[in-house]
Design a binder for this molecule. Structure first.
Ligand SMILES: *[C@@H]1O[C@H](CO)[C@@H](O)[C@H](O)[C@H]1NC(C)=O
Ligand SMILES: *[C@@H]1O[C@H](CO)[C@@H](O)[C@H](O)[C@H]1NC(C)=O
Ligand SMILES: *[C@@H]1O[C@H](CO)[C@@H](O)[C@H](O)[C@H]1NC(C)=O
Length: 457
């Protein structure tokens, strides 16, 4: 492999809609065990096999990892980086995706490329020497909407010439359900405006990330570093025959804004294609609702969601001694080691009496700690979105019951967000004998063209 260009940066970030393929579009989905969503994992023969987890990307330097899947790109020389945009990493199908956002206003991509070379495995410091040349090893496709995409198949990343997911996952997750492969990475290319053509590259890597900001950069690094963790596929084979959805999407012709990526996009190689979907697949014969003025989708409050991990790790809020919070919902009690490996679960709305069989599965959550900082990622399944997010990470006993008083909170306007990662929340320093707890809470909305039901609080 070859090598690459410059810097990286670290943003705190967010991002990423993970179009959870799965399907829980039916309101009452019972897939209780599904703690983590990755399209490929929908094949239940992969149950229990560690797979690369897109919610756990880190950027280096190794050993000082910072949870982040987005790198800054800079026009001109990296130290100044006054014109910034981004590239975001993702796992889709059996591929690593590198999604370049649009170039700064006034510029268009003329080329975009990625350099990627193996660095090592896990956090252990037996690393390959850094690259001295970061000429792109992969050329990216420039999309009609002004973005650019690089798709690197797992077979290429691992050197295993196969499309067998189990074999590829095994190669991508050599340590099991924890830290995985590390890479040297660099992004570069050219953008053009009316005055000329200019080179771009990633921002310098951050060497000291603290107080939620980068304190210093490696100004001699022509590369950045990248790693991810693995999480076990968690879609068990049904004992009886369950639903398994018949994809056929909703009815509303209006293809709501929120890119509902209709159907469950297969597990296979989700390919780029889908630029502005909509029009394309109009196969839906049905005359029905073509009545010109289709109703405008509006947002309905669905209610309160709490994160549920599993029956062992999730405890009901109303069993807390002292302030029992007098409501349904759960808290988890992860150790710091659990969070370093990463924990995840389902977001449920409306489990009155803590009865999951009555709840609506609206998406997934995960929490991962790196260097004392915990980040919680929400991933709502269409058509659900979150209009508020609250996370409480503290030491038992719980003394705050109102989500507004939790350790972290955020409110989103309009239709809300379909995915979100919190900024770093420090792992609490509990006294000996005290237990840390985590509450994952959201206020959930849905898009509908009909009338709203009563929210379930
Ligand atoms: C990256 O691009 C692919 C293809 O367009 C898309 O399916 C995926 O959601 C994108 N991921 C992120 C994190 O933007
Ligand atoms: C499910 O995964 C197994 C193991 O990787 C593979 O052999 C099988 O073909 C997959 N099935 C489907 C439907 O993709
Ligand atoms: C990182 O930056 C912080 C804030 O400037 C500083 O207090 C700390 O000593 C730095 N750590 C290292 C290892 O340089």
């Amino acid at each position: 492999m070859t090598h690459f260009n410059k810097l990286v940066a670290i943003l705190l970030t967010v991002i990423g809609v993970t179009l959870v393929t799965a399907s829980p579009r039916a309101a009452h989905v019972q897939v209780l065990d599904r703690r983590w969503s990755y399209d490929v994992c929908n094949n239940c023969s992969l149950y229990g096999i560690p797979a690369p987890d897109k919610t756990t990307f880190n950027d280096g330097p190794i050993g000082k990892w910072h949870a982040d899947r987005t790198y800054n790109l800079c026009l001109g020389s990296p130290p100044d980086c006054s014109q910034k945009w981004t590239v975001t990493l993702d796992f889709q199908g059996l591929n690593l995706f590198l999604n370049f956002s649009k170039a700064p206003i006034g510029y268009t991509y003329s080329t975009a490329g990625v350099f990627l070379a193996p660095q090592g495995v896990g956090f252990g410091p037996s690393f390959n020497p850094p690259p001295t040349d970061v000429t792109p090893t992969y050329k990216c496709v420039i999309n009609a909407d002004g973005t650019a995409t690089c798709i690197i198949p797992f077979s290429v990343l691992t050197g295993k010439d196969t499309t067998d997911a189990a074999v590829l996952f095994n190669a991508l997750c050599p340590l099991g359900s924890r830290q995985a492969l590390d890479f040297y990475v660099a992004f570069s290319g050219y953008v053009t405006n009316s005055a000329g053509t200019y080179a771009f590259q990633q921002q310098y890597p951050c060497t000291n990330y603290s107080s939620a900001a980068c304190q210093s950069y490696c100004t001699s690094c022509i590369y950045a570093e990248m790693s991810y963790r693995c999480t076990k596929c968690n879609v068990p084979c049904p004992s009886s025959s369950t639903t398994s959805t018949s994809s056929s999407t909703s009815t509303s012709s209006t293809s709501s804004t929120s890119s509902t990526s209709s159907t469950s996009s297969e597990s296979s190689t989700s390919s780029t294609s889908s630029t502005s979907s909509t029009s394309s697949t109009s196969s839906t014969s049905s005359t029905s609702s073509t009545s010109s003025s289709s109703p405008t989708p509006s947002s309905c409050d669905v209610g309160t969601a709490f994160g549920y991990q599993d029956s062992i790790h999730s405890h009901t809020l109303n069993t807390q001694s002292g302030q029992g919070c007098k409501r349904w919902g759960w808290y988890e009690t992860p150790s710091e080691v659990d969070l370093q490996t990463g924990i995840s679960g389902i977001l449920y709305v409306g489990a009155g009496g803590n009865d999951i069989s009555k709840a609506i599965n609206v998406g997934t959550w995960s929490a991962v700690e790196t260097g004392g900082s915990v980040m919680v990622t929400y991933s709502l399944s269409a058509p659900y979105t979150a209009t508020e997010i609250h996370v409480d990470l503290n030491c038992l006993p719980i003394d705050k019951c109102a989500p507004g008083q939790y350790t972290y909170g955020n409110t989103f306007s309009g239709l809300g967000v379909s995915s979100f990662t919190t900024p770093s929340i420090p792992f609490p320093n509990c006294g000996s004998g005290e237990t840390p707890y985590l509450i994952v809470h959201a206020r959930v909305s849905t898009t509908t063209t009909g009338s709203c039901g009563t929210p379930v609080l």
